[in-house]
Unconditional design. Structure first.
Ligand SMILES: [Zn+2]
Length: 596
């Protein structure tokens, strides 16, 4: 027997107070007393967020009478045994303008289900109906609804497309995987391989929607064809919030929530693809690729998600890193950017990774596992201790792609591994298996290519050895060169703190650390002369490696003096260029890989 649907309702109760009212009705609550919980985190963003802390009031009723809830822990409530249906209603404070939570004011409403919808324990597989209601008052008469949630056709009160009313989700997991925007937004639409796509832009903006739709269509069609038609979703929605300054995205099974600066969006009459817009398209491409890679091809550890606590996996390098590799590669292959742009983006990522001493301390598998307590909770020591499973993961994807292509004379590529992951794991719902030092991804790549890749993965994912990218790129006629910086190195990353030079990070084993300087120190003078953020580089550029500087700095309110021996400039910039005399074989391998 199919379980009775869970019935949810959400309405902006008082937009000016940023309060949603959210209710959940269970037709047949647990006889011993029904429990309800809010997720501790939102899938895709690996940090405990404790959404329940924004519940400002909660009440329950059954048979027209109120019943008392007992709170069991930070995010779980228990109702006593009741006869008939049980409704729990809470007020949720929503003032988080990010892609991960909920935000409500008099201009718009946005929410992720994970931050507002209670989960009745034991009813996770029941279908859900959710009544999305308009805020009260004539001021909101022009508000509409955007979401990949499907209107509950056939039910009384079903929503019309973009209307308020009843929507449906197949279960709780689906319910919290469809963020919702309400307001007076701009709507663009296009079809990609026959699948309806929408782009919804809220916030003030002057976006050229026609240009944006045309570019997104190209990217989406390339990705759908990459994995193979038909697309796994019946429709798809890009939910964009444009602000003065911001950047972020979160993937969902049939939509994505994006935050961007309004100037990242294309404007009418714009020619070419300026860097800011290219970055925005890269973000769209990234989240769209997740529709397959992480929303459907998932680590076994995520099937199902444990929404109560950290959900550890060693595989984020494959889900975030490989997605980061393909986000820009898709732009190149679909013609949205040129080869020179792609080479520059890849070189920049290479330089970023090689700047962080943390890459020599932490493996990608460890970085993935500890995402919750390290990558997502950065501090002054993060560059020394942590490697990004996004940035280095993308380089591992590049290195693996090159290894496969060169090792099989172009017969097998990472593309084939991704498609096999989709066929065997994504389509079947089987989770990608892992142990502490190995994964199904290694086995699959070996099976397809016939190559032995144990050593590759041991070094790249479970070790800290730098990837031999210069050597790997050579058979493709691409040269990697490093350019050193111009100034002797202080061994610190600095920031501007009210006109003072602040040491944001002191690099492990560098001159600043050797001298005793620490993160947080404010530099006042070099060799007795005042130094400021605007003059630091020029002052260092006049000195030579090996010179010793007297540095005066404040640590807290104590004036201190240090002797810093400057190091040679570090390699700062990577250049990737097409080798002028590439062999015909190299050109063929390159064409198969990059298209251009
Ligand atoms: Zn991602």
């Amino acid at each position: 027997m199919r379980p009775a649907p869970l019935r949810y309702a959400i309405r902006p109760l008082r937009p000016e107070a940023h309060l949603f009212e959210v209710s959940c009705t269970v037709a047949a609550p647990a006889p011993a007393g029904q429990r309800f919980a809010l997720p501790a985190w939102i899938p895709g963003s690996y940090l405990i967020r404790d959404f329940a802390r924004h519940v400002v009031a909660i009440r329950a009723e059954a048979g027209g009478k109120s019943v008392r809830l007992a709170k069991l822990d930070k995010h779980t409530w228990q109702a006593p045994p009741v006869k008939g249906a049980l409704t729990v209603t809470c007020e949720v404070y929503a003032w988080d303008l990010s892609v991960r939570g909920a935000h409500l004011d008099t201009t718009h409403a946005f929410f992720n289900g994970a931050s507002v919808f209670l989960r009745p324990l034991g009813h996770e597989e029941a279908p859900c109906l959710v009544d999305i209601q308009a805020p009260p008052g004539a001021a909101y008469a022009d508000w509409r609804v955007a979401s990949a949630l499907a209107p509950a056709r056939g039910e009384k009160g079903a929503a019309a497309r973009h209307g308020f009313g009843l929507y449906r989700a197949e279960n709780y997991d689906a319910l919290i995987d469809h963020p919702v925007e309400m307001g007076n937004f701009t709507l663009g639409s296009f079809k990609a391989c026959g699948v309806p796509h929408e782009i919804v832009v809220s916030g003030r903006h002057d976006c050229d929607m026609e240009r944006l739709c045309a570019d997104l269509k190209r990217i989406c069609e390339w990705q759908i064809r990459f994995f193979g038609e038909p697309a796994p979703m019946a429709r798809y929605v890009f939910l964009v919030t444009a602000v003065g300054d911001g950047y972020g995205g979160l993937e969902h099974r049939a939509s994505t929530a994006l935050l961007c600066a309004r100037d990242d969006l294309p404007q009418r009459g714009m020619t070419g693809t300026p860097e800011r817009y290219r970055t925005f398209l890269g973000l769209c491409s990234h989240e769209y690729f997740h529709t397959w890679n992480v929303k459907r091809i998932k680590p076994a550890a995520f099937t199902p998600y444990d929404l109560d606590a950290e959900n550890h996996t060693t595989l984020l390098w494959a889900f975030e890193g490989f997605t980061s590799y393909y986000d820009d590669l898709a732009l190149l292959r679909c013609g949205a950017i040129a080869l020179d742009d792609w080479l520059a983006l890849t070189a920049k990522n290479l330089a970023n990774v090689s700047r962080g001493p943390g890459r020599l301390r932490q493996t990608l598998a460890e970085s993935s596992f500890d995402a919750w307590s390290k990558f997502y909770r950065p501090d002054e020591n993060t560059p020394n201790a942590v490697v990004s499973y996004y940035a280095k993961g993308a380089l591992v994807a590049l290195a693996l792609d090159l290894t496969l292509r060169a090792g099989t004379q172009g017969r097998v590529a990472l593309d084939d591994v991704m498609r096999a992951l989709w066929e065997r794991y994504g389509k079947t719902g089987r989770g990608v298996g892992e142990s502490a030092h190995d994964s199904d991804i290694r086995r699959l790549a070996e099976e397809l290519s016939g190559l032995s890749l144990k050593r590759f993965f041991d070094d790249a994912v479970y070790g800290t050895r730098d990837l031999p990218l210069a050597r790997l790129l050579k058979p493709f006629g691409i040269a990697l060169e490093w350019e050193a910086g111009k100034t002797p190195a202080l061994g610190a990353r600095t920031s501007d703190e009210g006109g003072f030079v602040k040491l944001a990070t002191v690099y492990d084993g560098g001159p600043a650390q050797d001298a005793g300087l620490a993160a947080g120190d404010l530099l006042l003078a070099l060799d007795g002369l005042r130094v400021a953020p605007a003059t630091l580089d020029a002052r260092l550029a006049r000195r030579r490696p090996g010179d010793t500087l007297t540095v005066h700095a404040f640590r807290r309110d104590e004036l201190m003096e240090f002797r810093v021996r400057l190091a040679p400039p570090t390699p700062e910039t990577a250049h990737l260029t097409l080798a002028p005399r590439a062999t015909a074989q190299a050109r063929t391998l390159r064409r198969q890989w990059l298209g251009a």
